[in-house]
Design a protein around this ligand. Structure first.
Ligand SMILES: *[C@@H]1O[C@H](CO)[C@@H](O)[C@H](O)[C@H]1NC(C)=O
Ligand SMILES: *[C@@H]1O[C@H](CO)[C@@H](O)[C@H](O)[C@H]1NC(C)=O
Ligand SMILES: *[C@@H]1O[C@H](CO)[C@@H](O)[C@H](O)[C@H]1NC(C)=O
Length: 566
């Protein structure tokens, strides 16, 4: 343990609400378009809060990385080099690996498939080390995971969603360079870009299009690399609606044209200049984007929390600095973008930011002092907070009900189709240590249900009747979404939204994206049954190809989602 710790340490260093009142003007063409929900909206006045459900005492491994597949199963994995997990490999298999650093023969699993609907676990077999890796879904809904550590650092692994009992397939040397702490994003053409990683100041694509398709240098990663502490790992990467990438590393960002290897714009440093990426791990999201007549007028990024400069060195010397309270929000679509700062109710490092189908942002997990990395976080933050992007500044945060389980380094959070958020992991040690440590390794899985799932909302919750789940849609076409609402109510603020299923690890959700579709009037087509037309996103720049969860949202209460594939 001492030696691996040493290695780690020494090397580190929507809303277009197409509103219509059905009564008395159901047929009125002059529907009023309300813009964003405000503090007076239904969700804001019902007290917030949310609730917690304990799903599994042990899924066998620590949920360090999670990805929801379009079959409602979540692929979860930790790492192969820290001893035996709490779940055996399938069919009595064992993994023999002479390159392994801890167990050369390991009969336990380090990856599982979690069935969201049945709440069951199936062990999977990874052959090489997937620790601190990255991934994204292909347009057909399979998971492509890239890199890791040791014998896994250049491996690409594919998990095909389409067969019931599939396991990982590995492509040795699928990557040109080793990728450890890199970030992936789906491209408008469906391939993925893999950016950075430890001592990798470059990016590459997967799959490659030609044999000359190698790695391309990215000086920004050199410029943002603190030589003592690499404060730019797991960069926050978002596809802007012009097809270029917004890349945030350390304390600043660029707009980057990956096809020409050109920096198009340098954004101002985030005020205060504090680092936000691993190991000063904050989090970031692309805020919900409204598509209006084929365009997104406003594209905004929100980055919250992290640990101040020097916190990593201090934590290694037993001093745990208070985590950052501040969030920075920037309109990247502005000609002269500026950060607007705002404080969370409390400081948070290693928090996860999850876009909820009602357009709010859930900030969950993490601690209020120290940093990411082994044994370096302190004071778990048990209360999630909700951020309401459309409220006025200083009235955006609402503190939610606390969990009881610390979710420190290597914890995760992802949205699932029924609107809950799965919470797992916390493994701040090099091994599965359940005793004699401050924060025992967590094998449990919980769900946080935002208050929109409260039974009190069932009267107004929409239920999608059609299209059916797994429907294929095309770019820039009208779709008719039919839904019911349980009680006879005056429909108000109906929107149709799409959310991409993201790959979550180290407090960042790769490919997280929420689109509010352009929509028309809601019309009554039967008893408690309604239809709304919505226009699908115009292009892969706005919605990279692949699976999305589609929801109808009524007065901030989302339906259960359905899967659509574009
Ligand atoms: C998992 O943990 C439980 C409870 O400690 C134990 O009974 C079980 O044998 C463990 N399973 C494996 C495969 O390690
Ligand atoms: C953690 O587990 C490893 C492997 O079982 C063991 O060697 C180490 O002493 C444990 N650490 C603590 C603090 O208990
Ligand atoms: C809704 O979309 C359908 C399918 O494209 C189209 O036939 C219909 O005219 C649209 N209705 C309205 C009110 O736009």
């Amino acid at each position: 343990m001492a030696s691996s710790q040493l290695i780690i340490f020494s090397s580190s260093f929507l809303y277009l609400f197409f509103t219509t009142s059905l009564y008395p003007t159901a047929t009125s063409a002059a529907a009023t378009y309300s813009s964003y929900p405000t503090a007076t909206s239904a969700a804001a006045t019902n007290g917030g809060g949310g609730s917690w459900t304990f799903l599994q005492k042990s899924i066998g491994i620590s949920a360090m990385h999670m990805q929801l597949l379009p079959n409602d199963r979540v692929i979860i994995f930790d790492r192969t080099d820290f001893g035996t997990s709490n779940i055996s490999l399938p069919d009595g298999k064992c993994r023999e690996d002479p390159h392994e650093r801890v167990l050369k023969r390991d009969c336990t699993a380090h990856s599982v498939e979690y069935d969201v609907v049945l709440n069951t676990i199936r062990p999977l077999m990874v052959l090489t080390d997937v620790w601190c890796s990255s991934g994204a879904l292909t347009p057909d809904g399979s998971l492509v995971q890239t890199g890791g550590f040791n014998d896994g650092e250049r491996v690409v692994r594919v998990f095909d969603k389409s067969c019931g009992k599939c396991d990982w397939k590995e492509i040795p040397s699928g990557l040109v360079n080793r990728r450890w702490y890199a970030t992936n994003h789906v491209l408008p053409d469906g391939r993925q870009i893999v950016i950075g990683g430890r001592r990798q100041f470059n990016y590459e694509f997967y799959p490659k299009t030609t044999s000359s398709d190698k790695a391309y240098s990215l000086a920004f990663l050199v410029q943002t690399n603190d030589p003592v502490i690499e404060n730019n790992l797991y960069p926050f990467v978002f596809l802007n609606t012009d097809g270029n990438f917004f890349i945030f590393a350390n304390n600043r960002a660029i707009l980057f044209d990956y096809s020409r290897n050109q920096v198009l714009k340098t954004f101002p440093e985030i005020p205060g200049g504090e680092p936000r990426n691993y190991p000063s791990t904050g989090s970031g999201v692309l805020l919900p984007m409204r598509v209006v007549q084929g365009k997104v007028a406003v594209v905004e990024v929100l980055i919250c929390g992290g640990a101040p400069k020097g916190a990593f060195v201090n934590a290694n010397n037993g001093k745990f600095d208070a985590a950052l309270k501040s969030c920075g929000r920037i309109k990247i679509s502005d000609p002269e973008p500026k950060w607007v700062m705002e404080n969370m109710p409390s400081g948070r490092v290693m928090g996860d930011m999850v876009l909820l189908p009602n357009g709010e942002v859930l900030i969950i997990n993490g601690g209020s002092s120290g940093t990411a990395g082994w044994e370096l976080g302190r004071n778990p933050v048990f209360n999630p907070v909700i951020y309401r992007p459309n409220n006025a500044i200083n009235s955006r945060f609402v503190v939610q009900k606390p969990s009881t389980i610390p979710r420190m380094y290597h914890s995760t959070a992802i949205l699932v189709r029924d609107g809950r958020v799965l919470i797992g992991g916390s493994n701040p040690h090099t091994y599965y240590n359940f005793t004699n440590v401050l924060f025992p390794t967590e094998l449990s899985l919980e769900a946080f249900s935002p208050s929109y799932l409260d039974p009190g909302s069932s009267k107004i919750r929409p239920k999608i009747i059609s299209p059916v789940t797994q429907t294929k849609i095309q770019y820039g076409k009208q779709i008719v979404v039919r839904f019911t609402v349980q009680n006879q109510v005056v429909l108000n603020r109906i929107s149709v939204i799409m959310v991409a299923p993201s790959f979550n690890t180290h407090s960042f959700s790769m490919n997280q994206r929420l689109l509010v579709l352009d929509g028309g009037n809601t019309r009554s087509v039967g008893k408690l049954t309604y239809e709304v037309n919505a226009t699908t996103p115009p292009s892969g720049h706005i919605a990279p190809p692949g699976y999305y969860m589609l929801f109808v949202v009524h007065q901030d209460i989302p339906s259960e989602g359905i899967w659509v594939v574009i």
